[in-house]
Design a protein. Sequence first.
Length: 237
Amino acid sequence: MNQPILAVRGVDKTFTMHLQGGQRLPVLHELAFEVHAGECVALGGASGAGKSSVLKMVYGNYAVNRGSILLRGRDGAVDIAAAGPRQVLAARRDTMGYVSQFLHCVPRVGALQIVAEPLIERGVPAAEARERAAKLLTRLAIPDRLWHLPPATFSGGEQQRVNIARGFIPGLPLLLLDEPTASLDARNRDVVLELIREKRASGTAILGIFHDVAVRGVVADRVVDVEMFAATAVAVA
């Protein structure tokens, strides 16, 4: 088998509770899994097991206490666990996308521009980027009368669809998904499932959280049970 796009090895994660006298809360111990090109791996486990924390560690938002998070892109590999800020930003630009549960964007910027920006940042001509963004927004049932309005004025479901469009548009080797269908109706959920299948067919590796068991059953090749890697829940002073 080819080398994985993402290889997580021996990762420990402890949170320091600064508002509680610096207590340390161990969360994960010896976390290990791989995600290969064209594969969708789901993170499983009860609420609070650390699934979202895993995504944030892979994306470089959370530091790890030990272990490696090796991400392989078109131009080589980088260990996100040891990378500096510039390396992490480069990995996000060139190798991994992230669809979080909430849309974070610049106020007063229209939805079409928000979705097109990841392509423009990667050198795609602005007109082409906006054309591709328009097609994706149409597919996700965002009417063109809203394209030039800031998503802060949209409903929660519309904001999530803009978020999905922005995350899916670049075509990067790895895509991280945090509950992408949580606030969607059945029609738009099915569109997102189609988009996931298309990404897999194009060779994208996907790591995601899907609380909807039916959705997870459709898209995931396998499930990594995060609870198997739970650290001893004893606070250490």
